[in-house]
Design a protein around this ligand. Structure first.
Ligand SMILES: C[S@@+](CC[C@H](N)C(=O)[O-])C[C@H]1O[C@@H](n2cnc3c(N)ncnc32)[C@H](O)[C@@H]1O
Length: 275
């Protein structure tokens, strides 16, 4: 392994019109390998009050879906609030391995169902709360496909059910692209004790999307995995409009997980009600 070789992101075909390219990478190009999943698990840190916020949405009678459970960072908080049913939807096998291991330590009375699939392809019953946490929405890169996702969410909710989504604001994304426009390097120690060297780079593609490139190397294992994903810069107004077309009414919006009023801040949290 040549750890000093430069990052060479594989870019999808470029469209120079400045409009979104409409590519849809639900997660990344290729599946997540074990290094990427373990890196995500150690690097994931809670935003202030994040877990408490999600847990506060849950009642003992709730039936809850988490879209994109990953290795269970938010799922644990949902499970420990003990809803009647918790359905965790996640397509990536390496995340699911970590999720199944983590679940053994959760203190919960809930029935927990794991569904290994993209949410849009699931045939699940109607629930009364669907959550889409931690800036996962931008993984769906075209506005049209995000609108289709809202329709799929509405179909899987009872009338009056809630859909709660978090994503990073356009200004947060603009800063991220600025900071990672030049390669940045950091190191992490994973659960096995191995050191990971993580390099990040991003490339703007259009006004509405950028390529996020993350290279994770484990020198001791002579291994490297790359994550390349097209990431949308999601506009708040567009989400409200498209969710309304899918039958949702915006009930509240917050600028952070402490429920401070919505402002042009870093976080965007929308609570929708199915009409
Ligand atoms: C940013 S991670 C968030 C993981 C976890 N919820 C957390 O808070 O740390 C996004 C997750 O969503 C999953 N994902 C992406 N597109 C999805 C889809 N269409 N349906 C279900 N899960 C999806 C990814 O595989 C990934 O595990």
């Amino acid at each position: 392994m040549k750890s000093e070789s430069p990052l060479v992101p594989v870019l999808p075909p470029q469209d120079h019109s400045g409009e979104p390219s409409g590519w849809r990478f639900a997660t990344s190009i290729g599946p997540w390998g074990p290094l990427l999943a373990e890196y995500y698990e150690v690097a994931r840190e809670a935003l202030p009050n994040e877990r408490e916020f999600w847990a506060s949405l849950v009642q003992p009678t709730s039936t809850v879906v988490e879209i994109g459970a990953g290795s269970g960072f938010i799922s644990k908080a949902l499970a420990e609030a003990s809803p009647r049913l918790l359905t965790l939807v996640e397509p990536e096998r390496e995340h699911l391995k970590l999720l199944r291991r983590a679940m053994r330590t959760w203190k919960t009375h809930s029935q927990i169902d794991i569904v290994e699939a993209f949410f849009e392809n699931t045939k699940i019953s109607k629930h009364n709360l669907i959550v889409f946490p931690f800036d996962s929405l931008p993984m769906i890169t075209s506005r049209k496909q995000r609108a289709q996702l809202y329709a799929a969410i509405a179909e899987r909710l009872v009338p009056g059910g809630k859909f709660v989504v978090h994503f990073s604001s356009p200004s947060w994304n603009e800063n991220y692209v600025r900071e990672t426009g030049r390669q940045s390097v950091s190191t992490y120690t994973i659960r096995s004790g191995h050191e990971l060297r993580v390099r990040r780079l991003s490339k703007p593609i259009s006004k509405a999307e950028f390529i996020k490139f993350i290279s994770v190397e484990c020198p001791e294992k002579q291994a490297r995995e790359n994550y390349v994903a097209l990431t949308a810069i999601v506009q708040e107004d567009e989400v409200i409009l498209d969710a309304a077309s899918a039958g949702f009414k915006l009930e509240s919006r917050f600028g952070d997980f402490k429920k401070n009023v919505f402002s042009p801040s870093e976080e965007v949290i929308f609570v929708f009600k199915k009409m």
